[in-house]
Design a protein around this ligand. Structure first.
Ligand code: FE2
Length: 279
């Protein structure tokens, strides 16, 4: 699937940009399905507000239960002081997570593309498992910042090795909150770990290495259809979206079957709903 040069670049930089990976019809099908899920979502069910600017994410049952479900989470700035939505529901959702790829046929098809299986293999996962999926809206005007982090903070394996697939469902630019990465930064340590103890969640500092400075960051401005593969240790962030355009993206997080999935992970699958690979 990948040329030796692409594999070398992934090893050096910690990420790889593959433009034109997904055709327009697949992007459209995914976005249409996501909007239907939001349409069917009753906010009274759960008020999961997503935030990484405070400590971790909102530590509530809604979040923990999403490990094996399809649930919507609001943008932090979605509500006014009186607790009313400031814009229509479809423009207020931060993301949908985290088992879309196992529970929804449209997402399943998109995620279990045989080319992705080959790609995971090329990137070092001999026996890939699809642990987590997220549809991220990055809404116009209120799309929240996601501060510098490493995805391995949120998904721990032993050995510490997982990878993310990030699909641009719309053009991602500096204006609407594209990804910023630190090329080569995956060579650094894991700085913190998001730890679950029972039903409580906390951020555990591991290493005091500072986050990259702004001149170490590279903006990944990419057209719709692009796939960005990145190492779980690669520092990255995305700025708030203050533009009038959304920046829809879909992410998948994978680990190898030979790695141990630690009990400290927030995401735990029930015995009757085990994690699966590409088949
Ligand atoms: Fe991330």
């Amino acid at each position: 699937m990948l040329t030796p040069e692409q594999q070398r670049r992934y090893r050096n930089d910690g990420y790889l940009v593959l433009e034109g990976f997904k055709p327009a019809d697949e992007l459209a099908a995914l976005r249409e399905r996501a909007l239907a899920i939001v349409e069917a979502f009753d906010p009274a069910e759960g008020a999961g507000i997503f935030s990484t600017t405070e400590q971790g994410r909102s530590a509530d049952a809604w979040f923990l239960g999403s490990a094996g479900a399809v649930r919507c989470f609001f943008e932090e700035e979605a509500f006014d002081a009186a607790g009313r939505l400031r814009q229509a529901k479809p423009l207020s959702i931060n993301k949908i997570g985290h088992a879309l790829h196992d529970l929804d046929p449209v997402f399943d098809r998109f995620s279990r593309d045989p080319r992705l299986a080959a790609l995971a293999q090329d990137l070092g996962l001999a026996d890939a498992r699809l642990w987590q999926s997220m549809f991220i809206f990055k809404q116009p005007a209120i799309g929240g910042e996601v501060r510098w982090h490493q995805d391995a903070t949120f998904l721990h394996t032993e050995p510490e090795r997982m990878l993310g697939f990030w699909f641009a469902l719309e053009d991602a630019t500096r204006d609407n909150g594209c990804l910023w990465v630190q090329p080569g930064g995956h060579g650094g340590p894991l700085r913190e770990r998001f730890v679950r103890e029972g039903d409580s969640l906390r951020m555990q500092p591991l290493d005091a290495t500072p986050w990259p400075s702004s001149d170490e960051a590279t903006a990944l401005e990419v057209p719709a259809g692009t796939l960005i593969c990145f190492d779980g240790l690669l520092p990255h962030y995305s700025a708030p979206n203050r533009s009038a355009r959304s920046r829809h993206a879909y992410t998948l997080h994978l680990a190898d079957g030979s790695a141990r999935w630690l009990p400290s992970n927030w995401l735990q699958r029930a015995p009757d709903f085990p994690v699966r690979g590409f088949r």
